[in-house]
Design a protein around this ligand. Structure first.
Ligand code: NCD
Ligand code: ZN
Length: 336
């Protein structure tokens, strides 16, 4: 029996720019109705002009595909209320990176001083602009996300009207934090529902599974799976699909990022089925919850997945995807 998904949304996506943008954007635009586009370009997206120009480059790259790029700005504590009012109609969220914690995040936040952040975060609360956060400290790599939970809690407490999205959560500590604060939400990637650190580094090192945050322990993956398969109303799918050219992954100093966009819906469908979760839950995880949380009205799109073997290509125009060379249970049959 084919399965239909309606208006899938990817609430955390790296589309890059230039040549890479034209290689990867059509792949997401084919199967998703829309995606929250990350601002960590070089230089980052940090003015209204940057947002509008980047959006028009994305629209040019996807041609006539029915796909909405939901735009984000790179958070700066110096953003004034006037500035935020002026961009509020052009952005769906603002993304905060701790300084230097991941790819192209050098201009991010250090210290997390509430008073320093207050003017911008209160203005965002008043304007209803959600704050997406890459929640990792500079600590030991396996502890970085759990160490960041107190910072999430501090921000959630001081700014109770601010919608805070914990991006690409990988730990049971973050899952537990979700239910302690009304204003905390989360995105979960596909790869963190499938792999642990064992798959990355337990045997031969797998550069195409290396990302930030690094995949954690089996009990963390179990906690993520539990809320994803149950479509907990505060979690939504965000692939964190982060393409890098093959040369930047298969080398000393491998770049962080897993490229999942073109196979995400096929593999999510298989994952939900294998774990006995219903199609309703899958639909909520890949679209319904994000619509509620972000108040989105995505463009209609029906993605029909047939239960036919699909072998994941070795690369998409020089970018190696997650599960390359593996045969999946589902293939994208038609997109209506
Ligand atoms: C992302 C990238 O390459 O831009 N990398 C990653 O490992 N996820 C940045 C990010 O989301 O941390
Ligand atoms: Zn990301």
């Amino acid at each position: 029996m084919p399965i239909s998904l309606h208006a899938p949304l990817d609430m955390h996506l790296h589309l890059r720019d230039g040549d890479m943008l034209s290689r990867v954007a059509p792949l997401s635009a084919h199967t998703f109705s829309g995606a929250l586009v990350m601002p960590n370009l070089v230089p980052p997206v940090e003015s209204r002009e940057d947002v509008l120009q980047y959006k028009s480059r994305i629209l040019e790259a996807i041609g006539d595909a029915r796909f909405t790029p939901y735009m984000t700005l790179f958070f700066k504590p110096t953003y004034s209320r006037e500035f935020l009012e002026s961009v509020h109609d052009d952005v769906t969220a603002i993304k905060l990176y701790p300084a230097g914690i991941t790819t192209n995040s050098e201009g991010g936040v250090s210290g997390f001083d509430v008073e320093e952040l207050r003017p911008a975060l209160e203005a965002m609360s008043d304007l209803g602009i959600p704050l997406c956060i890459h929640g990792e400290t500079g600590g030991f790599v396996m502890d970085r996300e759990a160490e960041f939970v107190p910072i999430y809690e501090k921000l959630a407490t001081h700014f109770p009207r601010l919608k805070i999205i914990m991006e690409h959560i990988t730990t049971k500590e973050s899952v537990e934090a979700l239910d302690r604060f009304d204003n905390l939400y989360a995105t979960i990637t596909l790869h963190h529902l499938i792999i642990t650190l064992d798959e990355v580094a337990g045997g031969m090192l797998q550069p195409h599974l290396f990302c930030k945050p690094i995949a954690k322990r089996p009990e963390d993956r179990e906690a993520l799976l539990r809320v994803a398969l149950d479509a907990h109303p505060k979690v939504m799918f965000g692939s964190d699909s982060a393409p890098h050219p093959r040369e930047a992954k298969e080398c000393p100093g491998c770049a962080a990022g897993v490229f999942t966009a073109p196979i995400a819906l096929q593999l999510l469908t298989e994952l939900f089925e294998t774990n006995g979760a219903s199609l309703e839950k899958l639909q909520a995880f890949v679209s319904g919850n994000a619509r509620q949380i972000y108040h989105l009205e995505p463009q209609p799109k029906e993605v029909v997945l047939a239960k036919e073997p699909f072998t994941v290509p070795e690369n998409y125009d020089g970018v190696v995807p997650f599960y390359f060379g593996t045969t999946l249970d589902y293939t994208v049959h038609t997109v209506i």
